[in-house]
Each structure stands twice: as structure tokens, then as C-alpha cells.
Design a protein around this ligand. Structure first.
Ligand code: ZN
Length: 270
């Protein structure tokens, strides 16, 4: 819970004109500012921001409120998250109720896993773009009509044909075995010599992102017809990833979906 006092502090420190202008341009019109409404489709601006009252109001669709409400609606996040984002922007430390030791550990692990996934995304992506071993993956993309720009924009990647290349990379970047295993990118095997092995091998990698665009899991597509495992394998459920709660591409589709008030749901990443 965020104390009321902190909410007020954050609202007071966040000028609505400045915040809204950070998202899209506003035009001065007398004592107010105007723009095309981001919450409905229109050709003439009926979205007003009043700097004196620190409010916004759309006379087309009726959306309106204060600065926190604006961030809630525009970013499509819940109230506490809107407050946190504005607080971070204003450099205000909000004193949420103290965490239990367990919750604190859980959040620390989540942060470590997010950063591991971010590094993994870049690593797989570099492999796809730059390594000779990924030639067949690049050929596959070409065959499917995926341009280099699309591959870059979606941070597509390539997991090398190796049982240990990724885990070695992760260890070299300071991640502990417990974190690497918790990420689901590496699996642990009881018998044999190699206790850890990379889950994704010789696969085209699709980062799966949360609504904020942070990678929380991967989906790996097979590149050889006779490869071991399914055509697609996904990250298992982890502290970051709950399968039933994620839609691939939501971070890019969220705004257009709100603008169009419609969505087309397709099966498969491609
Ligand atoms: Zn509107």
C-alpha cells in the first residue's frame, strides 16, 4: 500500500502539462492545452489539459481526471503502478509498507531474472545477426519473409547448438547457478556428467515480453526437421512467467488495440 501522503506528494510534483507532453505534443489554446485525444479516434482535438486545475478532460469521449489518472489510462496500468512511475520520474521515494523477508527475497530474485532475461535477449539477438553458426536461422527468416528490421524490432535471436554456451555466458556475467536454473533457460539433470544443460539449442528465439516490454520468457522454434523436442519449446513457468497470463506481442499491440478498440488474436509468433 502506498500512503495517501506519498500519493499527494507525487501528484503535487507532477505537472500535468509536462507529463502529458512527455507522451505526445500539446498545443496551447488560451488558458488550456489541446491535442487529439489518445483515448478515442478523432480528427479535431477535443482533448484538453488545464494547467491551472491540473486536470485533463476529453469532450469527445468523456475521459478525464488528474495526472495519476492520465498515466493509469495512457500506460494502461493500475493506480499504484501509475503512482510509482510518476514518483520515479519526480525522484520521490515512496515508502510502501515494509516487505517481509520472504517478499523481499522474491522481489530480488525477480529483478535478477529480469536482468538475466534482458542480457539473454541481447546475446541471442547478437548470435542471430552476427555469428556464422546462425546462417541457417537467417536463411529461415528470409524464407519466411522476415526482414532484418523486423528481426531487430522484435529482438529475434538464435540459441547456438550447444548444451552449455548460454549457461557459460550467464555465469561469466555474474549469475549464480540458482538464478540461472530459476530462469528456466537452463535445466538441471540428475545423472550424467553435465548437470546443467541449456534448454534452447539450435533454435530461433522469440523473446516473450510483459506489458512493459521486458523479456520474461522465450519461445524457441526448431530449425532442423529432425531436431529433438517439439517444433516450439517455451520457457517453463518461472517467477517471471505464468503462461496463461501473457500474450505474445502485447507490449507492442497495447496502444494500437486501445486506439482501435479492437484486437485480432493469432496463433503462433510468426
Ligand atoms: Zn477522447
Amino acid at each position: 500500500m502506498i500512503p495517501q501522503e506519498d500519493i499527494e506528494k507525487v501528484a503535487a510534483a507532477s505537472d500535468i502539462v509536462e507529463i502529458v507532453s512527455g507522451y505526445f505534443p500539446l498545443k496551447r489554446a488560451g488558458t488550456v492545452y489541446k491535442a487529439l485525444c489518445p483515448f478515442h479516434r478523432e480528427k479535431t482535438p477535443s482533448f484538453n489539459v488545464n494547467p491551472h486545475r491540473q486536470t485533463f478532460k476529453c469532450f469527445g469521449c468523456g475521459a478525464g481526471g488528474g495526472v495519476i489518472r492520465f498515466v493509469e489510462m495512457y500506460e494502461n496500468v493500475a493506480f499504484p503502478e501509475a503512482v510509482r512511475r510518476l514518483a520515479a520520474r519526480a525522484g520521490i521515494r515512496i515508502q510502501e509498507e515494509p516487505l517481509t523477508a520472504e517478499e523481499d527475497a522474491r522481489q530480488k530474485l525477480r529483478r535478477r531474472l529480469l536482468s538475466l532475461h534482458a542480457e539473454a535477449t541481447e546475446w541471442f539477438h547478437r548470435n542471430l545477426l552476427r555469428t556464422r553458426a546462425a546462417q541457417h536461422a537467417r536463411d529461415y527468416l528470409k524464407k519466411r519473409g522476415i526482414s532484418a528490421e523486423t528481426a531487430k524490432s522484435w529482438k529475434l535471436g538464435y540459441a547456438p547448438d550447444s548444451f552449455s554456451a548460454f549457461s557459460t555466458f550467464a555465469r561469466e556475467n555474474g549469475y549464480h547457478d540458482a538464478e540461472i536454473t530459476a530462469s528456466g533457460l537452463v535445466t538441471w539433470k540428475e545423472e550424467g556428467d553435465s548437470r546443467y544443460y541449456d534448454r534452447f539449442r539450435d533454435r530461433l528465439m522469440f523473446p516473450i515480453c510483459n506489458e512493459q516490454g521486458e523479456t520474461i520468457a522465450f519461445s524457441g522454434r526448431v530449425l532442423q526437421a529432425d531436431a529433438f523436442g517439439g517444433k516450439y519449446i517455451n520457457s517453463p513457468e518461472t517467477p517471471l512467467f505464468t503462461k496463461g497470463r501473457v500474450l505474445f506481442g502485447i507490449h507492442k499491440a497495447k496502444r494500437p488495440m486501445i486506439e482501435a478498440r479492437a484486437a485480432i488474436v493469432c496463433e503462433g509468433q510468426l
